[in-house]
Design a protein around this ligand. Structure first.
Ligand SMILES: Nc1ncnc2c1ncn2[C@@H]1O[C@H](COP(=O)(O)OP(=O)(O)OP(=O)(O)O)[C@@H](O)[C@H]1O
Ligand SMILES: [Mg+2]
Length: 542
């Protein structure tokens, strides 16, 4: 046996040596001009017998400094197969990704299947020419993927499979990317080196629809609505509408409007653009900001009633000169600061600009976008702004209901049912408390405090709120009654005054008539005497 192996080795060694000699002779003595066609024909012969096609996807293409998007997408797509099949994996921390991406190391091969067709993916690298000068700090070796598949499937692969790989890879990239929370910069900071219109931080809000306290049916409906929107690309194209949807969240402070936006972003894996309208100078800037947002994002304008005077009149009611002077005399520093503040914030964004922004021709750029407005006072908003088509879904977030309380109790205390729940149910119906306040009362304040103690505290707070509300209602009723009584008294006094005045007028009138009559009588006499006078005069003139 040992003899045979040694013999084989010797045989192989001499064969290799023979080949090397032949190659060296080919290099040295074969005419240069004939080498090229020979190579070409050998390739053709090889192709004739080799039944596969090989497609290469390099990491960097041409002189491009940017990593190829196709390569990145394929890397993500192969991730799921390679982590199962390949034995040698390479861990990469990809920029903007939450997870470490495991891809197969060089010379590893994984298989994939598509419509019953078997395909082979392999990874390798080439070391670029050392003498080349590059300013780009790319890695020394350029990696590439190769896809090998039987020739007869060429059409399926080029037409459908590659699209499927790229789409799926992109989808995974988007899902795994670190999401961002953007806010707009003032336009003074838009230009220059590395300046941008939006600044961002990593979005890490933990809110989810599970932790959101509200009626479960309503919650379900909102979630379904959101998911249907994300899947409705073709539908929107079919009906000829831009792929966007507007939500108006309204309700008193502390009822979970901002929390719901975070939950929406987490559900859909979208970025958030939090637009501060007061920092936008005019409609043109508003449009520029919109163009600079990416798709798969939620555009938020919080407290829309405060950001803009939505009756269309942008300027706040001007104070009179006297009022201004009085203010200045009281606190000159504050008055000056306010003046500067006002001149800084002189935003000329108009209602029509905002409407165009959310519903006009420009709103379609980017696609797959959700616009959310929040407000505490829905009645204050201009109907044009919140009509369907602009704000498609109106969601009211209101005071804490018993259903909402149960979600909070489960989240904060891990309690699903308790004998105190009945009392809380009645109290929640009798008094208004925001989910924010309920949550605050349910949060244990020390390690010793157990769930029951927190529920008791909530009951106390609810009872106090109830008493307070009753007192306030009583006070309000009293004030109203007082105001009404005062008004009635005032009206009565006015009526009396009026009557008195009329009476006086009447009496004066009577006297006036008598006087007049007297005057008339006197007048008659006078007339008489006057005529007489004329006559007399006439007589005189005669
Ligand atoms: N429905 C809710 N479910 C769960 N937590 C809530 C809910 N509402 C309020 N909270 C809690 O109360 C806090 C305040 O809520 P949030 O900021 O969402 O209120 P808001 O409606 O946006 O108020 P504002 O109108 O003042 O902006 C949050 O930190 C959250 O933990
Ligand atoms: Mg808020």
């Amino acid at each position: 046996m040992l003899f045979t192996i040694t013999e084989m080795m010797t045989g192989a060694g001499s064969a290799i040596a023979g080949l090397m000699v032949a190659y060296a002779m080919f290099q040295n003595y074969f005419p240069y001009d004939l080498r090229k066609p020979l190579k070409r024909y050998s390739h053709r012969i090889m192709n004739f017998f080799y039944p596969y096609i090989v497609i290469t996807f390099p990491e960097f293409q041409g002189d491009g400094f940017e990593r190829s998007k196709a390569f990145a997408a394929i890397e993500r797509y192969l991730n799921k197969n390679s982590s199962k099949q390949a034995k040698h994996l390479q861990a990469n921390v990809v920029q903007d990704s939450q997870a470490i991406v495991l891809s197969m190391a060089d010379n590893e091969e994984v298989t994939d299947e598509f419509q019953g067709i078997k395909l082979w993916w392999a990874s390798d690298h080439v070391v670029p020419d050392r003498q080349s000068i590059s300013f780009y700090p790319r890695e020394d070796a350029n990696r590439y993927f190769t896809l090998t598949v039987h020739k007869k499937y060429r059409d399926v692969i080029t037409n459908s499979y590659l699209k499927h790989v790229l789409d799926e890879g992109k989808e995974i990239t988007i899902k795994e990317r670190q999401r961002k929370l953007y806010t707009n910069n003032k336009s003074d900071n838009w230009y220059g080196y590395k300046r941008t219109k939006w600044s961002h931080v990593i979005f890490e809000h933990p809110a989810s629809f599970d932790t959101l306290a509200m009626d479960p049916n309503k919650k379900e409906e909102i979630m379904k609505d959101l998911i249907r929107f994300t899947e409705a690309k073709d539908y929107y194209a079919k009906i000829g509408k831009a792929w966007k949807r507007g939500y108006l969240l309204y309700g008193p402070p502390g009822t979970g409007k901002s929390t719901m936006i975070a939950a929406m972003a987490n559900l859909l894996k979208y970025d958030i653009y939090d637009l501060e309208l007061t920092a936008v100078k005019d409609n043109t800037e508003l449009r520029k900001l919109l163009i600079d947002t990416s798709s798969k994002s939620i555009l938020v304008i919080e407290d829309i009633d405060c950001s803009l005077d939505l009756t269309g009149q942008r300027e706040k009611k001007e104070k009179t000169d006297d009022e201004k002077k009085e203010e200045k005399d009281k606190d000159p520093v504050k008055a000056e600061m306010k003046k500067r503040d006002q001149s800084d914030q002189s935003s000329q964004v108009t209602l029509s600009g905002l409407l165009n922004f959310i519903d006009g021709l420009w709103s379609a750029c980017g696609g797959e976008r959700i616009i959310v407005f929040t407000t505490n006072y829905v009645d204050k908003l201009d109907p044009a702004l919140i009509r369907r088509g602009r704000m498609d879904k109106h969601i009211e977030l209101s005071y804490c209901s018993f259903e909402a309380f149960k979600v909070l109790a489960k989240n904060y205390l891990d309690i699903k049912s308790h004998h105190l729940f009945g009392r809380i149910d009645i109290l929640l119906q009798e008094t208004k408390m925001t989910p924010a306040d309920v949550a605050e009362n349910l949060m244990p304040k020390s390690t010793e405090e157990d769930g029951e103690a927190c529920l008791v505290r909530l009951i106390q707070a609810l009872e106090e709120a109830k008493v307070k509300a009753e007192e306030e209602a009583k006070k309000k009723a009293e004030e109203e009654a007082k105001a009404k009584a005062e008004e009635e008294a005032k009206a009565k006094a006015e009526e009396e005054e009026k009557l008195k005045a009329e009476k006086e007028k009447e009496e004066n009138g009577k006297e006036g008539v008598e006087v007049n009559e007297e005057v008339k009588e006197n007048g008659k006499d006078d007339k008489h005497s006057a005529t007489n006078g004329v006559k007399e005069n006439g007589d005189v003139s005669h």
